[in-house]
Design a protein around this ligand. Structure first.
Ligand code: DNO
Length: 358
């Protein structure tokens, strides 16, 4: 497992000087967050990021996120002009040393939370999701949810939501199929791996069709094009926020098939009604058994990339919601501790196995 850390580029309040001080770090993962959706990522801009990483003794081999234009998700004719641009971006990424491309296929919004500073009893704060708050939001006034890149005016947002009103989940699947059938062969040739992130949270929000929610949906994605270049980003916190999703089973099945290229690791505390907040990474703080999740990765001999996902804001830190330094650094050390412990335990068990006499 190669541990990497999300860096939001030169504007990130957390410097690479600090990030490099996290023990055991393989590299960073970043993106060109400021580029308009669908525009070709220039090679030189990608290399500014990979070069900055290298200057700090870190590697950058993964991009998160490669945002998909709404024309493609909606299946509108405009997608035909956009696909060559996506292909050019893939070529520029591969030429810059990128190996894994994380993307999602969520309509309009990327990940959605309803509170960015949900207070925890220890005085820290975190991101949370309450279904009732989503229902109460008045879209005509815009959506006051930070977190993801694309911002819309209330009118543009309403227009987009109206367009999606007539799109069924089956149409979304066929739009994803179109996207993958064009990009996977190119990725394969370039030695790149595409890695789809599930819808976060894995349920409909604002009445939008959301298609990547459970294990069957993940199987269906992989069946669209049978190639290792058509892979997954498994996000423990996203999947685990629906307690019917057993995260270790996703890993057992898909990592064994070598289709998991990137893992986001975090814990969530899920309430009885399905609302949740993002807890500290430690198993006892949330609803997910992080040790079992890391063990499943270890058992699958997972050689791909992993990052600690969102952290709480602790010790007075402020910054990009979910992406402070301190709690993610605590998380990464915990995850590496689990990994090392599991490995040592297996080595010990092997050494203690009775030998068969020759
Ligand atoms: C939230 C992240 C997401 C995720 C993208 C992938 O912070 O998990 O930004 O990386 O949805 O496309």
């Amino acid at each position: 497992m190669k541990m990497i850390f999300r860096w939001h580029g030169p504007k990130d309040p957390i410097s690479l000087q600090y990030i490099r001080q996290i023990p055991g770090l393989y590299g960073i993962v970043s993106s060109l967050y400021d580029l308009p959706l669908g525009e070709v990522w220039p090679g030189e801009r990608i290399q500014v990021l990979t070069g900055a990483a290298a200057a700090h003794g870190l590697r950058m081999e993964v991009v998160d996120s490669f945002r998909v234009h709404e024309e493609i998700k909606l299946g509108r004719p405009g997608r035909e002009k956009l696909m060559p641009q996506y292909i050019s971006t893939l070529k520029n990424l591969a030429a810059s040393g990128i190996k894994v491309v994380c993307y999602n296929f969520m309509p309009v919004f990327d990940w959605t939370r309803t509170q960015m500073e949900f207070p925890l009893s220890d005085g820290s704060n975190t991101l949370s999701f309450e279904a009732e708050r989503v229902e109460q939001l008045d879209v005509s006034k815009g959506i006051p949810l930070p977190g993801w890149g694309t911002r819309y005016t209330p009118e543009k947002l309403q227009a987009l939501l109206d367009e999606y009103a007539s799109v069924t989940t089956e149409q979304m699947w066929s739009n994803l199929e179109y996207f993958l059938s064009q990009l996977v062969p190119v990725a394969e040739e370039l030695g790149l791996k595409l890695a789809l992130h599930a819808d976060d949270p894995p349920r409909p929000v604002f009445g939008l069709p959301r298609i990547i929610k459970n294990i069957d949906d993940h199987r269906r994605v992989l069946d669209i094009v049978d190639s290792t270049a058509n892979g997954l980003t498994l996000c423990s916190g996203t999947l685990g926020s629906d307690l019917r999703n057993d995260v270790p089973s996703f890993i057992n099945e898909f990592a064994a098939r070598k289709r998991v290229h990137f893992v986001h690791l975090r814990n969530v505390k899920v309430g009885e009604n399905g609302d949740f907040y993002e807890s500290a990474h430690l198993t006892q703080c949330g609803s997910l058994d992080m040790a079992e999740i890391v063990k499943a990765l270890h058992d699958a001999d997972f050689q791909g990339y992993a990052r600690p996902d969102h952290g709480r804001m602790i010790w007075g830190e402020t910054g990009v919601p979910g992406y402070g330094l301190y709690d993610r650094a605590l998380g990464i050390m915990y995850l590496q501790g689990l990994w090392e412990g599991i490995g040592k335990e297996k080595t010990r068990a092997l050494a203690q196995r009775p030998r068969v006499a020759a």
